[in-house]
Design a binder for this molecule. Structure first.
Ligand code: CU
Length: 127
């Protein structure tokens, strides 16, 4: 009996973690960006998201694309690089620290986007 209750708790806890819901941690809304065949190529091309919020790029086009941080092309910090994302594929990041992240498609350098990651906005407090 005790063992089965413990097991139930573990299953419930893992389920909560899987949904990103855990007491004490604010659930941040995910950001979804769509890859397009025409300008602006990444929609929205300029996006702002809270630090730690998941970000996902979906590729509904008929071509392969990448989501590559500009820093990966230089000696700078390479924050993310999707590699080739196939048609109907997607690329997801669990979250990024605050900063500005210009990115591009290595296969089509004309494709450019920018991600701005900000500290989570604190809830308004009654003063
Ligand atoms: Cu591309």
């Amino acid at each position: 009996m005790f063992a089965s209750l413990t097991r139930m708790f573990i299953v419930a806890a893992v389920g909560l973690l899987g949904m990103g819901v855990w007491p004490g941690s604010a659930a941040l809304p995910p950001l979804q960006i769509t890859i397009e065949s025409n300008s602006p190529y990444y929609f929205p091309a300029s996006a702002t998201v809270s630090a730690g919020a998941p970000i996902q790029w979906d590729n509904p086009t008929a071509s392969h694309h990448t989501v590559t941080h500009d820093g990966c092309a230089s000696d700078g910090l390479c924050a993310f690089d999707s590699g080739s994302v196939a048609p109907n594929g997607s690329f997801a990041l669990p979250g990024l620290p605050p900063g500005r992240y210009p990115y591009h498609c290595t296969l089509h350098p004309i494709m450019r986007g920018i991600l701005t990651v900000v500290d989570p906005v604190p809830l308004p407090s009654a003063t």
